[in-house]
Design a protein around this ligand. Structure first.
Ligand code: 6GU
Length: 239
């Protein structure tokens, strides 16, 4: 998979994605991530990427021209490097608090793409013609506002890349995650068996795998009921 990120702060996602598992995924050739500065595609002398909104209102709006130029160039380069093959079209995603929420299901669908182009919003937003004629999906990472979408882009890329086969060492570790089964994860313990008087639950020391599995499911259900009852609504796993 190839991922291109376009923002005014390319160092933000580049830093977040250059360590640990994201770093190893790139070294293993499982994903190629490029973080670009949108200003590269602003052709005027001062490399202006934003302007005041028509109709008036505070703040600035990202302009059409540099964004269209960047995305069209990235798409063309990708076509050329694949020998003009008519592979799957790149998916163009705009990071914005006004987008659909990022979920495990959305990350799973993006993990099957061969090319993602992620645009990071900033200031008051981007010109609507970018959304209407260039973008395939608008995505938000939650109901709060960040100063810029570059942080959100790093979140999306991490959530997607860890689902690419081979990225996580243990093939099971993504499958057991919170959300992949609609429940939050059960508690985990490791040595020592007693710390400051707090003991590891006896069941985990019992060697009874069926009982342990049942306990973990109960714990996951109880935690989900307590902190995320919304997950147990229609479609939940509770009988
Ligand atoms: Cl994608 N961008 C910004 N600026 N704020 C956000 C967000 C995105 N998702 C949640 N808050």
């Amino acid at each position: 998979m190839r991922i291109d990120i376009l923002s005014l702060f390319p160092g933000i996602p580049a830093a977040a994605l250059s360590e640990s598992i994201m770093k190893r995924a790139q070294e293993k050739g499982l994903v190629e991530i490029h973080s670009h500065n949108l200003r590269t595609w602003a052709t005027d002398k001062h490399h202006v990427t934003d302007d005041a909104p028509y109709g008036g209102s505070p703040g600035m709006v990202l302009k059409c021209e540099p964004i269209f130029a960047a995305v069209e160039q990235l798409k063309a380069e990708r076509r050329e490097s694949s020998g003009g093959a008519t592979g799957a079209a790149p998916k163009v995603v705009l990071m914005t608090p006004a987008g659909q929420p990022l979920t495990h299901a959305l990350a799973t669908s993006y993990a099957r793409e061969s090319h993602l182009i992620i645009l990071c919003g900033h200031y008051e937003g981007v010109d609507q013609r970018v959304i209407d004629h260039l973008v395939d999906a608008e995505v938000s990472i939650g109901d709060y506002v960040l100063t810029n979408g570059a942080i959100a882009a790093a979140v999306v890329v991490d959530a997607v890349v860890r689902l690419i086969p081979g990225v996580l060492g243990d093939a099971d570790s993504a499958a057991a995650d919170s959300f992949s089964h609609g429940l939050l994860e059960h508690p985990h313990y490791t040595r020592p068996v007693e710390f400051r008087g707090w003991r590891v639950p006896d069941i985990l020391l019992s060697g009874n795998h069926a009982a342990i599995a049942a306990w973990r499911h109960e714990q996951a259900l109880a935690k989900t009921r307590r902190v995320r009852p919304d997950l147990l609504g229609s479609g939940g796993t509770e009988a």
